[in-house]
Design a protein around this ligand. Structure first.
Ligand SMILES: C[C@@]1(CC(=O)O)C2=NC(=C\c3[nH]c(c(CCC(=O)O)c3CC(=O)O)Cc3[nH]c(c(CC(=O)O)c3CCC(=O)O)/C=C3\N/C(=C\2)[C@@H](CCC(=O)O)[C@]3(C)CC(=O)O)/[C@H]1CCC(=O)O
Ligand SMILES: NC(=O)c1ccc[n+]([C@@H]2O[C@H](COP(=O)([O-])OP(=O)(O)OC[C@H]3O[C@@H](n4cnc5c(N)ncnc54)[C@H](O)[C@@H]3O)[C@@H](O)[C@H]2O)c1
Length: 150
């Protein structure tokens, strides 16, 4: 029988807490913006940053061991496999949740498609890594929330 890997949605308080995003491309910037929306103190580490985001601090250099100290959550989203793997390993050693954008197996949390209404929040991920199905479902949920149902 096919074993589906289904994950529990854990809604954690990020207000005022440090989150580190490694990488500065489209994926890192999108995720830094989402984490900022939820009140995290976001530090983005990358030699280049695609799009400046209000309230996000930028360390303009490559990732170094030790950069996750003090963080409660990490995202690895560089285009360098070895760096993403290292960020994942260091986060696991520190016991903080990490999403590794190019390897589902290395994620201790999955970065969801976040749908935010006035009073409701939903996060969508898949059990089978179907990113398109996730994006479709999220678009529908966002519409529902916009219609004043949340
Ligand atoms: C939900 C969302 C959140 C976000 O990213 O913000 C998200 N992926 C989204 C979009 C998207 N992902 C990809 C494309 C390119 C085209 C395509 O395939 O369609 C697009 C389209 C786009 O970016 O527009 C490719 C891709 N994604 C992953 C891999 C690696 C792998 O599969 O191992 C590869 C191949 C990379 C490569 O080969 O280079 C991995 C992950 N992506 C996840 C989340 C986590 C699992 C959640 C789940 O889907 O169950 C996980 C495991 C990692 C994690 O948590 O870090 C967001 C929808 C946002 C929204 O709609 O709001
Ligand atoms: N939604 C998803 O989950 C999704 C979708 C598409 C791609 N991906 C994966 O996410 C990763 C990033 O995608 P992208 O399109 O944002 O990449 P990109 O090529 O646009 O950006 C890569 C970024 O990584 C930075 N970088 C490179 N080496 C670094 C280092 N040593 N330390 C810190 N930063 C470093 C670069 O400066 C750049 O800002 C890729 O591995 C890609 O396969 C994930």
């Amino acid at each position: 029988m096919e074993q589906k890997e289904i994950r529990f949605p854990l809604f954690i308080d990020l207000n005022g807490r440090k989150a580190v995003v490694v990488g500065g491309g489209a994926i890192a910037c999108r995720r830094a913006g989402v984490l900022r929306t939820f009140g995290a103190q976001v530090t983005l580490i990358a030699p280049e940053w695609k799009e400046k985001i209000e309230g996000v601090s930028w360390l303009q250099r490559p990732y170094r061991s030790g950069d996750l100290d003090g963080a409660v959550l990490a995202v690895a989203a560089t285009d360098d496999r070895a760096v993403n793997r290292l960020v994942g390993e260091e986060a696991r050693a520190l016991g903080i949740p990490v999403s590794v954008a190019d390897r589902r197996e290395e994620c201790t949390f999955l970065f969801p498609a976040v749908c935010l209404g006035e009073e409701l929040v939903a996060g969508v991920v898949s059990a089978n890594n179907d990113h398109r199905a996730v994006a479709r479902a999220a678009a529908a949920i966002r519409e529902t929330l916009k219609e004043g149902k949340g």
